[in-house]
Design a protein around this ligand. Structure first.
Ligand code: ACO
Length: 420
């Protein structure tokens, strides 16, 4: 029999969590604490667990697939935010794979999001090939570097910022006090950043345990400007490893938020000059992060990960394209195909650095593309001309690709620092 796909109710939670664990290859055992904490989040407005947005597939009395979405805010080029439908916890048990369960859940969720007025759906894809067919395109990429500290050429006598600012260790309570405001400042200026609700600050600082994964306190450091304003936060762990009496510690950055160039430089310099740290793993940064160029020898920073990160699925093209600003002034007629029938149509975009208008039109198309490619172009990371080489954007009027590249691309690449 075809499994029933429906939104879950509270009594389904233990079974739903078991299926979630199974799909992600974690022990299927479900602790009372995990059920309780997810139940509490479900009962808390803004807790990220909304029963009506949490789906399960049930077969012979067992949950065999999971899917959840929640409200998110995504910063677009120019600093405005759009309402996003964030998708997470997607699993189909191996006993029920490739029978269309994911397709059913993703489709139901996208229609509900469209009806609610969300402008995009977003997700972080476990594997690249899963979501393109559902109208999602990779909109940000991420890079992680491993820095060989001895090779950097940084001055080993470094003893702190020379601009009058200071770096201090902080405890989790101070992070909860200063982190959210700092992150909001970052979100206001960096496209690709998503909001970080209170529950995430609680979770990241050990005050809220959601699943069975143990939390241990990392090192936290704050950068304060000469005026005493908190402008940067660093969180990292470090292993205590030695070989033949030589320290081999690797520091793993968990969070590095800076809202001024001084903070950005000072926090990297602080970590790279910490005694016993031989290597620094930067965590997932924007591909154009300045870190390598901060080093006298940038080759000391070796790329260890480079991959797609935030995927965007447009739901409302005019709302999407009028939310952002553009690099140059121009106009484009976009013919957008959407197999799911949610966001397709022909649109006239007239836009520039100050803003944009976008309306349905009968004019001749200048660029034709699938909705997933529009998701890829939206945050300014990719060039329409590159997608055209791949056969994924079609230039219907000579010169339209160059216009699109000038308008859509951004000087800095988008960055989504958070996983969800
Ligand atoms: C946002 C997130 O949560 S990302 C996490 C995604 N979850 C995981 O990776 C956990 C392990 N994997 C799974 O749970 C499942 O295999 C899922 C969720 C990826 C796919 O679920 P399914 O129900 O099997 O997908 P469904 O049957 O709807 O597949 C639709 C199409 O996508 C394709 N597809 C699905 N998953 C993949 C994949 N990993 N790689 C390539 N193609 C895929 C299928 O081939 C199918 O196309 P076809 O019918 O033409 O063959």
């Amino acid at each position: 029999m075809n499994p029933e796909v429906r939104t879950i109710t509270e009594p389904d939670l233990p079974d739903w969590i078991r299926a979630l664990h199974t799909g992600f290859l974690r022990s299927p055992a479900v602790s009372k604490e995990e059920v309780e904490s997810r139940r509490t989040l479900m009962a808390t407005p803004g807790g990220g667990y909304v029963a009506e947005r949490t789906q399960g597939a049930f077969d012979a009395g067992r949950c065999v697939a999971t899917f959840r979405s929640f409200a998110q805010k995504l910063t677009v080029p120019g600093g405005a935010e759009v309402a996003a439908n964030a998708v997470s916890n997607v699993t189909v048990s191996p006993t029920h794979r490739r029978r269309g369960l994911l397709s059913r859940m993703v489709d139901t969720d996208a229609r509900a999001a469209k009806e609610r007025g969300d402008v995009v759906s977003t997700l972080i894809a476990a594997e690249y090939p899963i979501y393109g067919r559902h109208g999602f395109g990779p909109a940000t990429w991420t890079t992680e570097w491993e820095v060989d500290v001895a090779r950097t050429g940084l001055d080993p006598r470094y003893s702190g910022p020379s601009d009058g600012g200071r770096v201090d260790f902080a405890d989790p309570a101070e992070v909860r006090e200063h982190g959210p405001g700092l992150h909001e400042r970052l979100r206001a200026v960096r496209h690709g950043v998503i909001d970080r609700p209170e529950r995430l600050w609680l979770r990241n600082t050990g005050a809220l345990v959601v699943d069975d994964r143990p939390w241990t306190e990392p090192f936290y450091a704050l950068y304060r400007s000469p005026e005493g304003v908190v402008e940067g936060l660093l969180a990292y762990t470090c292993d205590d490893r030695w070989e033949a009496k030589v320290p081999q510690g690797t520091a793993q950055v968990l969070d590095h938020i800076a809202v001024s160039p001084e903070a950005e430089r000072a926090l990297w310099h602080f970590l790279l000059s910490t005694d016993l740290v031989a290597k620094v793993r930067t965590g997932y940064r924007a591909p154009d992060d300045v870190l390598p160029l901060l080093l006298p020898d940038p080759r000391a920073a070796r790329v260890v990960t480079h991959a797609d990160y935030l995927w965007v699925r447009p739901l409302d093209v005019p709302a999407l394209l009028t939310a952002r600003t553009y690099g140059t002034t121009g106009s484009l007629v976009l013919d957008v195909t959407d197999r799911a029938g949610l966001a397709g149509g022909r649109f006239l975009l007239e836009a520039g650095p100050e803003g944009a208008t976008c309306v349905a039109t009968r004019r001749g198309a200048e660029l034709a593309l699938d909705v997933a490619e529009l998701g890829t172009l939206f945050l300014g990371d990719e060039a329409a001309s590159r997608l055209a080489v791949l056969g994924r954007v079609s230039e219907e009027r000579a010169g339209a690709l160059a216009v699109a590249d000038g308008m859509l691309r951004t000087a800095r690449r988008p960055w989504c620092p958070d996983v969800f």
